[in-house]
Design a protein around this ligand. Sequence first.
Ligand code: S3P
Length: 442
Amino acid sequence: MSINESQKSIKEIQPGGALIGKVKVPGDKSISHRSLLLGAIAEGETTIQGLLPAEDPINTAKCLKAMGVNISPIKNNEIIKIQGVGLDGLKEPENILDCGNSGTTMRLLMGLIVGRQERHFVLTGDQSLRKRPMKRVGNPLTMMGAKVYGRCTGEYAPISVVGTQLHGAVIGTPVASAQIKSAILLAALTAEGSTTVIEPSKSRDHTERMLKAFGANIQISGDMGRHITLKPGSKLTSTKVVVPGDISSAAFWLIAGAIIPGSDITIENVGLNPTRTGILDVLKQMEINFKIIKEKEIAGEPVGDIRIIHTNQIKPFHLDNEIMPRLIDEVPILTVAACFCKGTSKISGASELRVKETDRLAVMARQLRKLGAIIEEKPDGLIIKGGNKFHGANLDSETDHRVAMSLAIASQLAQENSLIAGSDAASVSYPEFWNDLERLKS
Ligand code: S3P
């Protein structure tokens, strides 16, 4: 489904009723992309258990297939097999690579292909992706000798890459972005000499963990592990990847469970990587009842079940730029939570939200106001006054998956039915979301 078609799907939401039961969220999106990309350039057969069978990773798989990688069909509950082609085995694709709605696909692929000499690649995406900034990836790759071109002097897709021999570099990234960091590290695998990435603050570290698991020579140092050095020369060896449930998908149930009276939800097998658990810190700030059970480590990533119970009188919260990388994708649903807090919540240091699948600060403010929320928009955040009663409204995901799911939870607490246009956008990261919602309500 393209983003234009998704605009046509409309869901009617009937509010009321507690959400009760167990739910297993789909595989982590970030880890799913990385397992496909590293499996593709490793030697031998990589298996992936729990890969997210949603549009974004499927687009990554399609692009890799177009470069000659054999990947078994991506289906729910199936172990995916990839026959790796080795570090230099990717073929020049016969056509443009379509990344759909997925920024991670485009940015990580840029890093993966820039060092493939004598090959030419063109990457594009849907309307939303063609508006998202790409120079933040193109610029550091150019510092390594890459040849990357795009519309508006390299800012926007279609992006064209002429593969070339790269050299290592020391690169400070201006924003804490795992996509930028990962693109540089993937490019560094075939550069001459080592490469160091220095982040302003630590972003999610799935690439570092997985590169290590595939046998790359990678060192993490500096305070909070912000300096990452990759020395090329080691080949990547296939491995068995187990993908935990996505905490960014679990976030919808965490907030739903907390704000909908009578709710009691257990979310199973959630990834608890400390670079992703900012939302749990915010739940503590809000004094919400939750408990992590059965915590363990699976294939290099911490996982556990989380039980969340409805909480009366939720405290307001403050988010700043320090915590932002650890909960960047959870800001839309946290904005919903803020509407039900006793007092005023403040989100700042969040200007990155403006360059996600949509301008999530503007879209969340616009849509939640239709339900009755009191929200003030700032250049880098939102101020949300909690406690106003919600009424039914005609809502719109504006093509953004996380907005669609956040509005679904918000409209559970309205006094009348609501409509959500573009509800199918959820399938970008959580195809079973609407079914899980129905199941927890019954
Ligand atoms: C992602 C990193 C984050 C996040 C995105 C997925 C990743 O983006 O918002 O949904 O898988 O690396 P940035 O790298 O732009 O912060």
